[in-house]
Design a protein around this ligand. Structure first.
Ligand SMILES: [Zn+2]
Length: 173
């Protein structure tokens, strides 16, 4: 017999109303096949004018932009200062900052186990006017996550799929 590779199982389901098969007008349609149906999408897209931010991550450099008029430093980088509409310059920031806000997801899509929680954090690096959204990792179990917590950038030692996976934040203790 020809095999259907993505077929997982065949099951007989009962009427959701609890009607016995002899009175169930849908009885002939209660045999159900369950199959695996993977969906994969690939998109090719440009990171645009702000690509230098992503490219410099490969060199372990965090680049913001600086307004030539008010000297505000934007991270995430902006091409234009929103106050002066001046074209900004690139500027490198240090790897330390402060946690501004956070959200803990107790279960992450694609995680190997349910206890791999993910902490998303808004971090304002020293000198920057705005906060950057990135993962906060390796928080000691006895450490309370709270706004104001000093954090530092940690760089990946392994190859990654996306430039934003090249770094994350950890408590600076
Ligand atoms: Zn400005």
């Amino acid at each position: 017999m020809v095999k259907v590779e993505r077929k997982l199982e065949e099951i007989m389901v009962e009427s959701p109303d609890g009607i016995g098969a002899s009175d169930d007008e849908w009885a002939a349609f209660r045999r159900i096949e369950v199959i695996d149906f993977p969906l994969t999408f690939d998109f090719r897209h440009s990171l645009g004018k702000l690509s230098r931010f992503f490219l410099e991550l490969e060199n372990q450099r965090l680049m913001g932009t600086c307004c030539p008029v008010c000297h505000s430093i934007w991270l995430p980088p902006r091409t234009l200062c929103p106050d002066h509409h001046a074209v900004n310059d690139w500027v490198e920031l240090g790897g330390q900052g402060v946690l501004e806000a956070f959200s803990i997801s107790s279960y992450a899509l694609g995680a190997d186990s349910a206890d791999e929680s993910v902490v998303l954090a808004y971090v304002k690096l020293h000198g920057a006017k705005t906060a950057l959204l990135q993962q906060l990792r390796n928080v000691p179990r006895d450490k309370q996550i709270e706004p104001g917590m000093p954090v530092k950038v940690v760089w990946s030692k392994i190859d990654v799929q996306h430039p934003m996976q090249l770094f994350w934040f950890e408590p600076d203790i």
